[in-house]
Write a protein that binds this ligand. Structure first.
Ligand SMILES: C[S@@+](CC[C@H](N)C(=O)[O-])C[C@H]1O[C@@H](n2cnc3c(N)ncnc32)[C@H](O)[C@@H]1O
Length: 337
């Protein structure tokens, strides 16, 4: 992760760096990560000594100015997943729709840097929204700046992630039609394969593992880690613990007595992971998805495991003051005001 490879990338909407990590594992090096959420960037730099980050609103920054500040550094690939809330189904040219400034910024970055390739991911519905208007616009907008697009919906559990996350991936290159890899896993990794070595109770950061790995996945995910981090359990009320204890492994609110079924009025209420299957999609800040066995929601470490973040990646929550200095300096240098 620390060594510079031949291929340099920029991660747009980087968050804490999940997509960056995948590229790093394939030998690419991050030149810059941009997000407007400082806590996520703090995690990003904490796990990558010396990484350059920029905390900024991607809808307003000028990629040409960033390019000038990066100097002679050649960017080979641009990656990222623009949030999709702004996509309009009304207009024919989404690039001209003010609500889609985030998607527009991705196109502008590709135009400014002319990378060898880009990878953009989004929710699967993006392919069908507005009877394909959005998809056609994406293809059109990238073709307009000289890129050929290949796209496909991929499911993370087909590639060794214990999570049934489906996402649309767009790959663009100036000259070749990209071929997506075939699935690598016939038997998906289950949530139990991912979590069964982590205990019910909290562990202080850096604790030794309390058991040996119970699966090849656990062996792999522990590699290089000095101990257990981010395993702090949510303390639920007695009533919540009582109710979730009535839901079986893989069950949901429908398994509760009828009088308890409507306490939480959402369709995902009182859902437990299924120990024999990959996890459902992990989203942010949920409090409806519970561990398959324990009467609590998964810890940050467990959620990271389900998303295939190695245990050595520390989720550094909070505190602007503790951002590694280089990142603060770089942030100031690139500020677009
Ligand atoms: C789905 S997350 C990205 C996850 C990331 N690709 C990963 O693999 O870890 C989307 C990110 O977009 C960021 N974001 C949303 N609006 C933004 C904006 N206007 N400018 C910059 N970042 C923004 C959010 O803070 C969030 O971290």
């Amino acid at each position: 992760m620390e060594t510079e490879s031949t291929y340099q990338f920029i991660d747009l909407f980087s968050g804490c760096g999940g997509m960056s990590l995948g590229f790093e594992m394939c030998g690419f090096s991050p030149a810059l990560a941009i997000d407007n959420w400082q806590d996520a960037l703090t995690t990003y730099t904490y796990n990558r000594k010396g990484a350059k980050t920029l905390c900024a609103d991607l809808s307003t920054i000028d990629p040409y100015q960033i390019k000038a500040q990066l100097g002679t550094k050649k960017i080979d690939i641009i990656i990222g997943g623009p949030p999709c809330q702004g996509f309009s189904v009304a207009g024919k040219r989404i690039i001209d729709d003010k609500r889609n400034t985030l998607y527009r910024s991705f196109v502008k970055f590709v135009e400014a840097f002319s990378p060898k390739a880009f990878v953009m991911e989004n929710v699967p519905q993006i392919l069908t929204m507005g009877n394909g208007i959005i998809l056609n616009s994406i293809i059109h907008d990238f073709e307009n700046i000289g890129y050929r697009i290949s796209y496909k919906i991929l499911t993370a559990s087909d590639y060794g992630v214990p999570q049934n996350r489906r996402r649309a991936f767009f790959v663009g290159t100036p000259d070749i039609n990209f071929k997506f890899p075939e699935k690598t896993k016939e038997d998906p990794i289950t949530s139990k394969d991912a979590l069964s070595d982590l205990p019910l109770e909290s562990l202080p950061n850096g604790s030794s593992y309390t058991s040996s790995p119970n699966s090849p996945y656990q062996e792999l995910i522990r590699r290089g880690s000095k101990g257990v981090y981010n395993h702090e359990v949510t303390v639920h009320t007695e009533n919540t613990r009582r109710i979730i204890s009535m839901v079986p492994d893989g069950g949901n609110y429908k398994d509760l007595p009828i009088e308890l079924q409507n306490i939480r009025k959402v369709h995902i209420a009182w859902t437990r992971l299924n120990s024999k299957k990959p996890s459902f999609t992990i989203d942010c800040g949920h409090n409806h998805h519970f561990h398959y066995e324990y009467p609590r929601v998964p810890t940050v470490r467990e959620s990271a495991r389900l998303q295939s973040f190695p245990d050595k990646i520390f989720v550094y929550v909070f505190s602007f003051l503790m951002v590694p200095r280089k990142s603060i300096l770089y942030d100031k240098e690139l500020k677009m005001e």
